[in-house]
Design a protein around this ligand. Sequence first.
Ligand SMILES: [Fe+2]
Length: 441
Amino acid sequence: MSDAIHAPFWLRDNFAPTPDEVSTSSLEVLGTIPTDLKGRYLRTGPNPISGPSEHWFLGDGMIHGIELADGEANWFKSKLIQTPMLGRPEEENYFAKAMQSLENGLGNTHVIGHAGKILALEELHYPFEMTPELETVGAYDFGGKLATGMTAHPKICARTGELLFFAYGLMPPYLTYHRVSAEGKLVQSEVIEVGAATMVHDFNITENHVIFMDLPVMFDLSKADHGGIPLAWSDDYGARLGVMPREGSNADVVWHEIDPCYLFHPVNAYEDGDDIVIDTCRFDHFMKPDVPPVPTLLTRWTIDTVAGKVDEKRLMDVPVEFLRVPDSIVGQKHQYGYMVHMRDDVPAGRGIVKYDFEAEKMTEFRLDEGEFCGEPVFAPRENAASEDDGYLLFYTYDERTNTSDFVVLDALEPERGPIARVKLGVRVPFGFHGSWIADER
Ligand SMILES: [Fe+2]
């Protein structure tokens, strides 16, 4: 058998790194790119350029971006983020070395735009500032004010323009909250007390609150020099949601116990009277030693902040991940969520699901056999008339041609299939998250 067959999933097939950066301006378009899509769709992912990598999460960051204007695709680029760790995964104890400096990030998990800056994020280090043409400016620490790393899942409040985020640490403080003004100034940092170093991948905001998720996937630093990432499920730690006013501090956090579980991504959260609703997709357990993995399933938590209780309701039995709502309603009530119908063998998608939380039903754009997709990002239609009046943007991969497309669906009726496909002619490895960063209108 070849080495490729023995390789872990993140080094095989379309998870494997692509060896070359790409920059092309000659792109075939099938269908019609809407003329109100003016800007860039940027998505990052791991691309261990030297070949080896001890974990899917540890590959060098590569951003795959496409610029759209006037119904045309101006360019497509795949660009490595120029980090201090670039090309070093073959070194032993890579994770421990990466943790020696907040500037040793990878930028491989998410890309956002805020206050005129494009930031490539990963969750234990500073982000990297990028130019619109995907050149690396460097590690970004908010003018010297950020004293911790930064989650890859900050939330931009559409109402205030603030950037709200947290950082988790392997050493105390284990959790820190940060608030950045609409102008990009870091104006508040608060240590939040939790019991141990757990992997905190994402969090939630509502109109008036932030909600932290303290879940039982824990770091064991005694195993940090054994390779990979020293994480494991704990049967003892428990699970809780911490509700805090957005300008509050640790003393204001109210913790609510929930059934033990893990999750990477909520869909969105909002306030409904005294209740806080969080739609998410959860695993009954994750990284539990010697236990087969379980699917991630769409679930609604309703926190009754008066009674101090959390109701949990399973919404759907289709395994989904990479969930998004329009940027314009993050923290506000949503009706729809857009997500990936996951394959059951590897973390990639077989279709794009639109879930209606009011009707409690889904529609799906199912890809052809042999074609797979990643996270759908919502871009609003100009003068949008409803929450779902816009487009869903994502990359696909076709194993029959070993190439990828950039796809545009109509978010009103995604099941009708692409309204535009841009043939990229190259492969975009499966990755994580991205954003539609529109030009100013
Ligand atoms: Fe994520």
